[in-house]
Design a protein around this ligand. Sequence first.
Ligand code: ADP
Length: 277
Amino acid sequence: LHQNNEVLKQMNKQLEEQSAQIAEAYEQQRSLNELKDQFLLNVNHELRTPLTEMQGYLELLSEHAGRIDTHMQATFLAHALHGCEELHHLIDTVLDALRGNLRHSPPRTQVLAVAPVVEEVLHLFGPQTRQDYQMVLDVADHLTVVADQGYLHRILLNLLSNAFKYSPKGATISISAQPYRPRFQKHGATEFLCICVKDTGPGIPPAESALLFSRFVRLHRDLAGSIRGTGLGLSICKQLVETLGGQIWVESSGMAGEGSRFCFTLPTAPHVSAQEG
Ligand code: ADP
């Protein structure tokens, strides 16, 4: 009888463990589903906004064709084109994120001067956006990284568009680059450059900062707010930076006005992954 009791106790324990595992798996599935629903809502909204802009201006153009001057026609077309560009950017973002890993497009790394890539990305925002903010650039001409130019372009584009998007007009946005040595690195190992995009916007509450680099995650205050987003840009940055052998993080006190500083590192000499060497 005593032996039977022991066996029963053991079985009971195993059952309890299994039901705890099932409950955990169920909880994970539930939060994944919530994230997916939130993402679909965001993307639905994101897709419709540029489409509505395009449709509205093209309708105006077709209704008034022949009755409006060429200047007006050009303005309507510029708005419709803006909608096309936004849609293009959004589709690229969603596809990049859904590809999940980058095996289909391995990086083509080369030694790259950072300053010209920063300039190129800044130009994409147009003169009006750049005038609306105080821009501070501190990237010396001689600084280089070993990276894929398209990847570096995309990382900077995502971080800068967030800085512009989440900071009020007049905020200061700085881009800086400094040599960097990770704290726990063996002597003589890879050297890195640390590139930072800092803004003076609303900042990131520290409790939420660790999750921001996961797919579909947006800050609570932005889920209900008027600033549109999919929660994909930072997860793409993380994926690209890590593929190149670097790291990405955010520093912020969470106090409005003190803003956030997004930093990422990239190797300055060819990167050797743990598997290779
Ligand atoms: P998206 O901006 O499309 O929502 P991201 O992955 O780029 O997606 O950013 C995730 C979230 O992080 C944003 O929704 C926003 O809540 C927050 N965030 C990102 N950058 C900033 C920033 N510079 N200042 C304040 N909040 C930011």
